[in-house]
Design a protein. Structure first.
Length: 181
């Protein structure tokens, strides 16, 4: 028995709607999920796991980053200053941005990052906003998850302290996603 013309029209509409729904499920979550707090947490887990595989965090001497001498941040025997492998792997796998900061005096300096300045270059050597919510949380010994302004742009972010074996905060793990403007 052949379907009636009206049934073919209905079936055709359902096929079109199903295809549209499938297309939306593939493309829209990339935009909406990228800015979700859950995605920030997953990216943080990935960043911390990748650095943990390299070894225990520590400071060994100094190294120049963007022409400024700062403490050299290591995970195991791998120096992170000016080393973008880990942060770029996180970006490749999760999207967004990732950074490793090192504590330098009262500041936290980006030593490995894929956050970009307006000219498109990596924002290495720049410091975490000294008046921001993230640094306040880190100085209080905790983490910060929420909105932050990074180099003049709004991001949804996560910041967690990097501690040496003695429990001292020697840096910061960061992940974030540019918010839709």
């Amino acid at each position: 028995m052949m379907p009636k013309a009206s049934q073919v029209g209905i079936i055709g509409r359902w096929v079109v709607l199903a295809m549209f729904a499938l297309a939306m499920s593939i493309f829209v979550p990339v935009v909406s999920h990228a800015q979700s707090p859950e995605n920030v947490k997953q990216a943080m887990v990935l960043l911390k796991a990748k650095t943990a595989k390299l070894g225990v965090p520590g400071i060994k001497g100094e190294d120049a980053v963007a022409g400024k001498p700062v403490p050299a941040l290591y995970f195991g025997t791998i120096k992170m200053n000016n080393n973008f492998v880990v942060v770029d792997e996180v970006k490749k796998e999760m999207g967004g941005t990732a950074t490793l900061f090192v504590k330098s005096g009262d500041d936290f300096v980006r030593v490995a990052t894929n956050v970009q300045k307006d000219d498109g270059s990596r924002a290495i050597g720049t410091v975490l906003d000294p008046k921001g919510k993230a640094i306040a949380a880190i100085r209080g010994g905790g983490a910060y998850y929420g909105d932050a302004d990074i180099l003049g742009k709004p991001y949804i972010t996560g910041y967690e302290p990097i501690r040496d074996p003695g429990g001292n905060v020697i840096g910061i793990y960061y992940v974030g996603y540019l918010k839709a403007q």
